[in-house]
Design a protein around this ligand. Sequence first.
Ligand SMILES: Nc1nc2c(c(=O)[nH]1)N[C@H]1C(S)=C(S)[C@@H](COP(=O)(O)OP(=O)(O)OC[C@H]3O[C@@H](n4cnc5c(=O)[nH]c(N)nc54)[C@H](O)[C@@H]3O)O[C@H]1N2
Ligand SMILES: Nc1nc2c(c(=O)[nH]1)N[C@H]1C(S)=C(S)[C@@H](COP(=O)(O)OP(=O)(O)OC[C@H]3O[C@@H](n4cnc5c(=O)[nH]c(N)nc54)[C@H](O)[C@@H]3O)O[C@H]1N2
Ligand SMILES: [Mo]
Length: 601
Amino acid sequence: MVSIYSQGINQSSSGADKCNAIINCHLATAKIGRAGMGPFSFTGQPNAMGGREVGGLSNMLAAHLALENPTHHDLVGRFWGSDNVASHAGLKAIELFEAVAKGQIKALWIMGTNPVVSMPDADRVRLALQGCPLLVVSDCITDTDTVALARIKLPATGWSEKDGTVTNLERRISRQRALFKPAGAAKPDWWIISQVAQRLGFEAEFAYQNSAEIFAEHAALSGFENCPDQQWRDFDISGFAAIDAEAYDNLQPVQWPVTAQAPDGTQRLFADYRFYTASGKAQLIAVEARPPVNPLSDAYPFTLNSGRIRDQWHTMTRSGLAHKLNSHKPEPQVEIHPEDAARLGLSQNSLAKLESRWGWMLARVDIQAGQQPGSLFVPMHWTAASSSRGRVGALVNPVADPLSGQPESKQTPVRISVWPNQWQALLISRQALDELECEYWVKNKGNGVWRYFLAGQQQSAETAAWQLRNHFQSEHDLHYHDSARGDFRFAGLTGQRLDFCLFVTCGGDLPELNWLSGLFAEQQLSRQQRLNLLSGRPAKDDVDCGRTVCACFNVGEKTLCERIKAFDIATVAEIGERLGAGTGCGSCIPELKKLMASESV
Ligand SMILES: Nc1nc2c(c(=O)[nH]1)N[C@H]1C(S)=C(S)[C@@H](COP(=O)(O)OP(=O)(O)OC[C@H]3O[C@@H](n4cnc5c(=O)[nH]c(N)nc54)[C@H](O)[C@@H]3O)O[C@H]1N2
Ligand SMILES: Nc1nc2c(c(=O)[nH]1)N[C@H]1C(S)=C(S)[C@@H](COP(=O)(O)OP(=O)(O)OC[C@H]3O[C@@H](n4cnc5c(=O)[nH]c(N)nc54)[C@H](O)[C@@H]3O)O[C@H]1N2
Ligand SMILES: [Mo]
């Protein structure tokens, strides 16, 4: 019996109790500490576990020591030779930004997180940071929503440039080695912190020369006075307390605890049913079910659920740079059940406005029979850098679990309605546009091109079309106008090579993104391709693969449907054999299964 759980459990005002309930079940049935059993929390970030080990939360000291435990406090103070170790928990994330908003915090250093996008009530977070007298941000990307507000910007090395260790969710510590030299002036976060600490007067304490020295000190603290008779703690990697740079470089993946008794690590904890409590016994924690803090109402009758989509990572600062990943779901979408959509007059691919008591956003409608009636799902990924109104965080209610501080990001009461627009457009261009005047825009990086989804309420289609078109100058122009229908199409070429194309429509559909993007890879457009451009659809025998489903092998939905039908394919394995799809990272397999069962096939 293994219970695997993640943010559907944690991100809740009763998240800690939900975790306790799961652990209680495992303890009560003794399904723990043996092969093939146990509660298994899928913390999501590559180093979520490592962050806790080094004390990266407001309520903990390093090495799993508790801030408010006097013995732990004393122990860390003696280890570091300091009489100034904090003795009570600091502010958790939501409280912290609240304190910034009230002017209680005047200097803030944000490192490796993008709270203007990822926090609940995100517009208020942005406002708070705008008013913060001293905001310092360390990031490896120059133009995130949070970096944009910083007074002091510190360029940090990112994955593939930095060097250290990460711990995954089975307690396995792995070396992470740099693959590339740092870009520009980027420095490792540990180096930046050490330099600031030294300037604050702690030259000797922060004289680290490399990450190996920091790791050795961390390992020493984890083992300091750590034995069953004293303050016995699970996190103990004292086996590495004397590690030198060379041994650190050659470190093999290992599961903690790593001690003198267990120098090769520990595969399994609790096999002897002894736990890290005063009595050595496990403790069940009595919990009571609690509904979400904010109930639904007539004004806000839908539950807004938020989370991830397959091909983006968090606030897209890095995954949004990869054009292959941007073709799967290029715009923020709201998933809604067919009956809810029909009742509210929302059609597939139309634009909708979502509102909560805290904020609002715009998203493309995606009608899904698998969505629960009364529930809406919106991805967390879109930012102010990539969209005009795609930040779901602006709507999310700022309530949290009282113990963990984890926000209730899966349950916010909202309403949804048709967003009436006069026109919508797709613009693809080799050059990026700085200013977009329309109310709805989403910016998406393609292969050597920028792709913009646009829509407006104020201007007419014709005004908008010409205004957009006038951003460009090309050697040759192609135009097609149908003012009766309100369709405006433009393309610009240098020689026979495409510079930009723009499709504006009043009520019609937008052309296929991947087909159009593909035309930019051609050095010379044929006469037929130029005609197709103006008709907004590919020639019959031209490849229109449709929306990307398999990003590893670049296989589109239309290709898949066609082949599944033609060869009467019934299994994912067979799709893999014929088209490669699904045989790379495998994350498109659920979609392949859905396609085989769908009506279009
Ligand atoms: N592609 C991609 N993968 C990622 C990430 C990413 O950004 N992109 N991020 C990583 C990180 S940091 C994390 S934390 C993980 C998160 O991984 P998950 O937690 O698996 O992903 P989420 O999309 O946040 O939401 C989890 C699911 O919880 C469901 N849910 C909502 N409310 C409830 C409820 O009340 N009860 C239950 N049982 N379920 C509910 C949602 O419908 C959703 O399907 O993903 C990691 N993996
Ligand atoms: N509505 C809603 N909100 C959510 C969630 C949800 O499901 N729904 N999920 C929550 C969860 S589980 C998570 S984990 C968070 C994620 O939210 P964030 O942590 O805010 O999101 P990231 O985009 O991962 O932000 C990391 C930032 O650090 C930068 N960075 C990357 N590597 C380095 C480095 O080595 N050093 C430095 N200094 N910077 C670096 C990146 O460029 C990026 O700007 O979002 C949370 N917010
Ligand atoms: Mo996460």
